[in-house]
Design a protein around this ligand. Sequence first.
Ligand code: NAP
Length: 346
Amino acid sequence: MKEKISVGILGATGSVGQKFIELLSNHPWFEISEIAASDKSAGKKYKDATTWNMTNLLPNRIAEMIVKSCLPNLNSKIIFSALDSSVAGKIEENFAKNGYIVISNSKNHRFDKDVPLIIPEVNSEHLELIRSQNFGEGAIVTNPNCSTIGLAIALKPIHDNFGLEQVNVITMQAISGAGYPGIPSMDIQDNVIPYISGEEEKMQLEPLKILGEIYEDGIKDTDIQISAQCNRVPVIDGHLECVQMKLKKKCTKEDIIKVWREFKGEPQKLNLPFAPEKPIYYFEEERFPQPKLHRNVDKGMAVSIGRLRECSLFDFKFVIISHNTIRGAAGGTILIAELMKAKGYY
Ligand code: NAP
């Protein structure tokens, strides 16, 4: 690409916003031109408006940038949104109405009939939905919930090959998933919190739309029954999920590992910059996968799976790890923007 594409970030001061800045600082296609957040931050230099929490140094160019308000007067046509969901709905709509392409991490528009809920390796064809939106040149595309993404990537090749009937999932989710400053240390140290507001509902519903089929009048959800229980645990990054599944077709453990290992999607075929070489890594070691060891596999964009075994209640059970702010948020959203560019949506 001769000239980089200017992008803006809404909610740039938060946990996901910082991850966008870290991941986009050397991106071959995109350049951060504008950053925006709440009125409390607007008008300040970025370095004074945020508490930088990433392990890479804050780039000087961004540190000195003045934070803007979330108003649709930005120069960049491509907008990444990492806004708090209490405000994301209206702000994102306002941007789309004014001709911006908004790719969002917030829950607000995920179930709008004409808004695609995209995991590039899983349902890139759902992007066609934006053609039925009434935003003129603008559009809204959403990235699923961080725990849903790991689960849906793991389930996609299984659903395609053997058919899923029932899925039971229990999560152990990292504290960075609660934003910054997040959960008080007195609450999470030496503890597990067996409740994350709204999370179980998202995990039970989002995969049905993601794995659904697109028709002229929208998406027809798939018919898997999913039950989820979500827990917050004292891990910084990386959501772990213990999954049990009942299949429609008989198969062996080896059949499942084979379809996971062979799984590839559009991002791999198109060789997109943020695409992991392989979306799924299967580990044979019994004590793997673990958040500390596997959250960053293949740039933090791959899903690590292990411990596939027969289940006495369902057919099989296994364990997933995926990085919640990379694959599950900023990285996944950047991959959507790359896919949309490669497919000519802007
Ligand atoms: P966060 O750390 O709390 O950041 C929220 C951002 O929203 C901040 O930049 C904040 O700006 C901005 N904001 C708050 N009120 C605003 C207002 N009235 N007007 C404009 N901007 C406002 O949250 P986060 O964890 O980054 O999450 C951001 C979004 O991504 C949420 O919708 C979340 O559900 C979703 N998500 C998060 C994760 C994760 O792992 N953390 C994963 C997937 C999806 P100020 O600093 O100026 O207040």
